[in-house]
Write a new protein. Structure first.
Length: 381
């Protein structure tokens, strides 16, 4: 198969990791893989993985130049499958694939449009346009979970167009020995001026509004007011993004620069080291397509405290802990409760890694897409 993935992001995040996993998996299965994406860190990932990468991004919701260029590229390279991610690229790439005569055209908006933090009238208009595109120009639309499928159906996408394929992680990568873990923990804490014996809450991932960094910071401020809290409790924000400067200023204004560490962008290969330095992983998203970092925390064996979004409850089930989404005081209360049980946190992660192994392994993820691609190609022959 000759597969082209199209996306419009230059910053690392869950969707970009999702595409990287697909690139690596399809290459491993002997397929030829192409990627159209903007310059940035994820582009370097795809090049390093072995994909044939073109630097390109649509400048408008409907970009004739991008559509024309991609149409010619698809014809020239005899692409069998176009798999596009997020609304702007889906609109342009799927239309190009249609014009080029590509038989399999897969769309994927990771977080349902109706959950976006934009004005209601814009959500309604976007849902209408997107569902029209999927109905008449796409072969399939991917939903990451059953709850995401139900939401997409309410947005106007027919059930017959939807296929559910969850994300996956390489579970073995998150299993490390105690000596390696302790060494990584010391390295990270020394780098960010966190005492070796501190208790660390952390949020790993892109700093964007829907990820809940400000909720976590306000919760940590409330947490520190508790009489049960000792001095050596820290908050680690690992990642960069559009909110990084805002977060750094807020930390400074609150006088917490010695208690809150902000790393900025980090190399994805350092993620295991960062997990090693964490006592509790916070995942306070207010909107989410799946929650890949939460899944990684479950695989690593770190206790996870996350928003009670339907999708996160579906993925984590009874193996993670929840708080009321967007409610920093409720999050603070849960943090106090976890800190009070800090010597027995091991009992809180029972079953998390097993759940990942059984439902969200990388092998299962790649096999599901391989079978989908093959079936769709067979259907048009």
């Amino acid at each position: 198969m000759r597969i082209l993935y199209a996306l419009n992001s230059s910053q690392p995040g869950g969707m970009e990791q999702h595409v990287l996993d697909l690139v690596c998996g399809m290459l491993k299965n002997g397929h030829e893989v192409f990627v159209w994406c903007p310059n940035g860190v994820p582009q370097k990932w795809y090049v390093h993985a072995g994909a044939k990468v073109t630097s390109a991004t649509p400048n408008f919701d409907f970009d004739p130049i991008y559509i024309g260029s991609l149409t010619l590229f698809l014809k020239k390279n005899k692409i069998d499958i176009v798999h596009a991610h997020e609304v702007k690229v889906v609109t342009n790439a799927i239309l190009a694939a249609f014009l080029a005569g590509v038989g399999v055209r897969i769309s994927h908006t990771h977080t349902p449009i109706s959950e976006w933090g934009i004005p209601k009238i814009m959500r309604m208009a976007t849902c209408f346009g997107y569902s029209f595109l999927v109905r008449f120009f796409c072969t399939k639309e991917v939903a990451l979970t059953q709850s995401r499928k139900r939401i997409k159906m309410t947005e106007g996408i027919p059930e017959k167009k939807l296929v559910v394929i969850p994300n996956g992680v390489e579970v073995g990568k998150y299993v490390i020995d105690a000596i390696t873990k302790e060494s990584a923990k010391r390295e990270v804490r020394l780098k960010y001026s966190i005492p070796a014996d501190a208790f660390v809450f952390a949020l790993l991932g892109r700093m964007s509004p829907e990820k809940g960094h400000l909720v976590a910071l306000r919760a940590f401020t409330e947490f520190l007011k508790s009489n049960t809290v000792a001095d050596k409790v820290y908050l680690l924000f690992a990642g960069g993004g559009v909110l990084e400067d805002v977060i750094r200023k807020e930390v400074s204004d609150l006088g917490l620069t010695t208690r809150v560490a902000v790393t900025g962008y980090f190399d994805k290969n350092d993620k295991i080291k960062l997990f090693s330095a964490v006592d509790v992983l916070l995942f306070p998203s207010t909107a989410e397509g799946f929650g890949i970092v939460m899944l990684e925390g479950m695989a690593f064996g770190v206790p996870v405290l996350c928003s009670n979004l339907e999708v996160l409850e579906e993925v984590g089930d009874g193996t993670v802990m929840f708080f009321e989404a967007g409610n920093h005081k409720n999050l603070a209360d849960k943090m106090v409760g976890l800190y009070s049980k800090r010597d027995n946190l091991g009992t809180l992660i029972a079953g998390a890694r097993t759940r990942v192994e059984e439902l969200y392994s990388m092998e299962r993820f790649i096999d599901s897409y391989n079978r989908l691609y093959q079936q769709l190609l067979e259907d048009i022959q």
